[in-house]
Design a binder for this molecule. Structure first.
Ligand SMILES: Nc1ncnc2c1ncn2[C@@H]1O[C@H](COP(=O)(O)OP(=O)(O)OP(=O)(O)O)[C@@H](O)[C@H]1O
Length: 257
């Protein structure tokens, strides 16, 4: 099947630093793909170019065959690329459901005309999305009092409200307890399977990566040095060298929450 995302020879230099250097890869429909690498490898720079926050020095990005390189973030988002961030961005003064409703109102391009009665709009649709992420029972709670793991699930519901074809998740489990991380990624894997969307995520926790990613790419000093299944990447000598100076690449954390 044709790729959802095609990245070709993508590069970004900051002065003399080649943060991303000639990176090429595809993301297939319904694929859950991880981009891993040590600190400073170029993962965030890569994501920022895919989402339009950074202009590449060279290279192209295509979404379903159409070039999106150089488009502003909002246009890329409108074409069906969603993103979740390391630091969650929700409206603290609103309830859980209202946050999703706001996203749905924005998706339907009705933002300014409907604000006075926004709280009644798309409520059922919002509840359905909250059900997908296991948050329906918390629909009327204020965001300000949510546990961090619940905020991350809410963020996922907000991202889904734009009905993305591709979701970019930048360290989705950062700041979570080990058990919560596995749960969030299991939820993400279920969503990928059930809704047929593609997800590309960066992650430092190898437990999460090896347990859930269909395919893993390893970035080091701006270059892709390996890709494959969890088993292939785990056994790759270059990857082991980069991560642990030649040792075996085990999960970083294995204790329970
Ligand atoms: N705006 C910038 N100006 C100058 N150098 C930058 C800029 N952004 C990133 N870099 C450099 O580019 C390289 C890649 O950084 P990047 O943040 O993409 O790595 P990363 O893999 O996301 O790291 P981490 O896992 O720590 O988030 C690093 O050497 C970084 O210092």
């Amino acid at each position: 099947m044709n790729a959802i995302l095609e990245v070709r020879d993508l590069s970004k230099s900051f002065g003399g630093i080649k943060a991303v250097n000639g990176v090429s890869f595809d993301v297939a429909p319904g694929e859950l793909k991880a981009l891993i690498g040590p600190n400073g490898a170029g993962k965030s720079t890569c994501f920022n170019m895919l989402m339009g926050q950074l202009e590449p020095t060279s290279g192209t990005v295509r979404l379903q065959g159409e070039k999106i390189t150089g488009l502003p973030p909002r246009k890329i988002w409108r074409r069906g690329v969603g993103r979740t961030f390391q630091i969650t961005g929700t409206y603290q003064s609103m309830t859980v459901a209202e946050n999703v409703q706001m996203a749905l109102i924005s998706h339907h391009r009705r933002l300014f005309s409907v604000l006075p009665y926004a709280h009644t709009l798309y409520r059922d649709e919002a509840l359905a999305l909250l059900d997908v992420v296991g948050m329906a029972e918390q629909a009327d709670r204020a965001c300000a009092i949510l546990a961090y793991g619940d905020l991350k699930r809410l963020e996922l519901a907000i991202a889904l409200s734009h009905n993305p074809k591709l979701l970019l998740m930048d360290e989705p489990t950062a700041g979570m307890a080990p058990k919560e991380r596995i749960n969030l990624m299991q939820l993400t894997a279920d969503i990928v399977r059930d809704r047929g969307i593609s997800v590309l995520f960066t992650e430092h926790d190898m437990d999460v990566v090896f347990a859930h990613a269909h395919h893993i790419m390893v970035l080091n000093r701006g270059e892709l040095i390996a890709e494959g299944t969890a088993a292939e990447v785990r056994e790759n000598a270059r990857v082991q060298e980069v991560y642990l100076g030649g040792g075996t690449l085990y999960a970083a954390e294995t204790e329970d929450a």
